[in-house]
Design a protein around this ligand. Structure first.
Ligand code: MG
Length: 180
């Protein structure tokens, strides 16, 4: 399968993992949690279709390793960019720059990247300021989606993980047409 033009950066909490199911141990490490309905299947489908996927997540390295291994998703990521290791949380540009670096991407590739997330301040604002497009998944009602500032407005908005596949295919086709 040829690699796709579109590059996917993804949040994890309430984007792939249902935060309401998280079980923590002392030290705040998440030891287990379930995926949002449809999120595991969609992530696997995107991976199998050839999309480069990089995790861009705030939290502890050990938590994400636990969660991805338990849910059979540890093989899908080209890179794991985790705030504990980077030293700053989203919306810090350091997080997004680290994700680009993993794939060897440069400034001119920013048009190929979308950031998927549920948090308008961390994910949408972070993406806007970094100069990449954003996709808000509004499945979870744990956080408000109202923008505090214009940079919090997502480029695209979806309600279920499954919708991401068709959106990715559409955006990838647009990039391929532009670059042909
Ligand atoms: Mg999240």
């Amino acid at each position: 399968m040829a690699e796709k033009r579109l590059v996917i950066f993804t949040d994890i909490g309430d984007t792939i993992i249902d935060e309401g199911t998280e079980v923590r141990e002392t030290g705040d490490v998440v030891v287990r949690a379930d995926c949002i309905p449809g999120a595991r299947e969609t992530t696997l489908r995107l991976y199998e279709a050839g999309y480069p996927i990089v995790m861009v997540a705030d939290g502890l390295v050990k938590s994400f390793h636990n969660l991805m291994e338990l849910n059979g998703l540890d093989h899908v990521f080209s890179g794991w960019v985790i705030s504990e290791a980077v030293g700053e949380d989203k919306p810090s540009p350091k997080m997004f720059a680290a994700a680009m670096e993993v794939l060897g991407l440069t400034e001119k590739d920013k048009r190929r990247i979308i950031m998927i997330g549920n948090n308008v301040v961390r994910d949408m604002r972070g993406a806007s300021r970094f100069g990449i497009r954003s996709v808000l998944l509004d499945w979870s009602s744990r956080r408000p989606f109202d923008p505090e500032i214009p940079e919090d407005v997502p480029t695209y908005r979806i309600h279920t993980p499954e919708e991401l596949f068709d959106l990715a295919e559409k955006l990838n086709a647009e990039l391929e047409a532009e670059d042909a």
